[in-house]
Design a protein around this ligand. Structure first.
Ligand code: AHG
Ligand code: MN
Ligand code: MN
Ligand code: MN
Length: 368
């Protein structure tokens, strides 16, 4: 009966968050409504990424025509535009795509979907997206009490080869709804009240924390629902994997270089670590969270603040790592204690298993 009960007692992400919100009697479900709009965006990207792969393989009729009338000849984007403007309504092959409409890249397309979903939720006030140079201040009639910083499509360089990509988001509470300023999002990560990511991989997995631990939900495409599959994720205290772009080794500073050297040639006779680097932060972090180990995007001479953006990559992933029992360090301080000055500020980041990050902290401490 337990198995049967399990099967029929569907713990969806909405139900899970409502349960958690139960701990905040004052909440009127606003966060749940906000989350349901983020989930909608994730479902759109999941479907667009999956369909696009298929369409690209079989070369939809519309694909050729759209290509012919468009300067950008990449079939993936014209297929996405095609699918976006002509959702398959059952007929096959679908009707010819809209001619000559401006091409949209998946990261731009995803961004538009997330922005529209978040604004229409009526629960947001300030939006910061990797794809928008300026922050978006929501018009007064539609304003809510949350600020969302997000990377609509993380790992864009991996789209065309079908390697996992993702969406990352972090949520702040607005300070004063009637006096909205950028200061509402130029806050330390310790002020975030929730963070999460969605990974579009062999399965579509959404990992979320609202400050009471970390939970993973997998999209059941037949239901269109995210179902709880990874309750209360805890990262192992130490891992056997390090994850870094070794191609930047010539530009690393001494502590980073020494740390990576020790991963490869341990002095204490322990086995060397394995290198795993996918190049999509969401995928590298998801593997680190589940298997343990350390992910690093250090500063280097080329980019003294590293590459990853504080508000919508470093903070959300650091928030999740701490909630799962790991930690996140910038080379100088606890990552969540950073205070960004500009909305696209970058920071070096070392995050993952608690003891692995302790090792790199010790190397930076001995160097300073
Ligand atoms: P985005 O696609 O959102 O711009 O992010 C790409 C980031 C991140 O996903 C990944 O960890 C990092 O770029 C990889 O950078 P390198 O290719 O320099 O290693
Ligand atoms: Mn990114
Ligand atoms: Mn991105
Ligand atoms: Mn980008």
């Amino acid at each position: 009966h337990a198995a049967e009960a399990q099967r029929t007692d569907l713990m969806t992400i909405t139900r899970h968050v409502l349960n958690e919100q139960g701990r905040h009697p004052e909440s009127r479900g606003d966060f749940t409504i906000l989350l349901s709009h983020i989930v909608l965006g994730c479902k759109f990207v999941a479907s667009a990424v999956n369909k696009a792969g298929l369409a690209k393989l079989i070369g939809l009729a519309g694909d050729t025509n759209v290509q012919a009338s468009n300067p950008i000849s990449d079939p993936l984007y014209s297929t996405l535009l095609f699918l976006h403007t002509n959702p398959c309504d059952g007929g096959w092959p679908p009707r010819v795509a809209v001619q000559g409409e401006e091409q949209k890249k998946l990261d731009v397309l995803s961004n538009e979907v997330f922005v529209k979903a978040l604004v229409s939720s009526g629960r947001t006030c300030v939006l910061v997206s990797e794809e928008n140079e300026e922050a978006i201040i929501v018009d007064a009639p539609l304003r809510g009490k949350y600020c969302v910083c997000f990377d609509p499509l993380d790992g864009s360089s991996n789209i065309d080869c079908g390697v996992s990509i993702g969406t990352i988001f972090g949520i702040y509470m607005i300070k004063d709804k009637d006096n909205v300023t950028l200061d509402d999002v130029l806050q330390p990560g310790t002020d975030m009240l929730a963070a999460g990511y969605c990974m579009y991989g062999s399965s579509c997995t959404l990992v979320l924390s609202t400050g009471n631990g970390v939970n993973g939900f997998t999209l059941d495409p037949s239901l269109g629902e995210f179902i709880l599959t990874h309750p209360n994720i805890k990262i192992p205290n130490r891992g056997k994997i390090y994850s870094v772009n070794e191609g930047n080794a010539k530009n690393w500073d001494a502590p980073t270089a020494k740390f990576v050297e020790k991963c490869k040639f341990p002095q204490d006779g322990s086995p060397s670590k394995s290198l795993r680097y996918i190049g999509s932060m969401v995928a590298d972090v998801h593997r680190t969270l589940l298997y343990g180990g350390i992910f690093l995007y250090p500063a280097d001479q080329k980019s003294p603040n590293g590459k990853l953006r504080v508000l919508y990559e470093v903070f959300p992933m650091s928030f999740l790592m701490e909630q799962a029992g790991g930690q996140a360090f910038t080379g100088k301080q606890r990552a969540l204690e950073l205070v960004p000055r500009k909305i696209h500020d970058r920071s070096p980041i070392f995050l993952g298993s608690y003891d692995d990050v302790e090792d790199i902290k010790a190397l930076y401490a001995s160097e300073s």
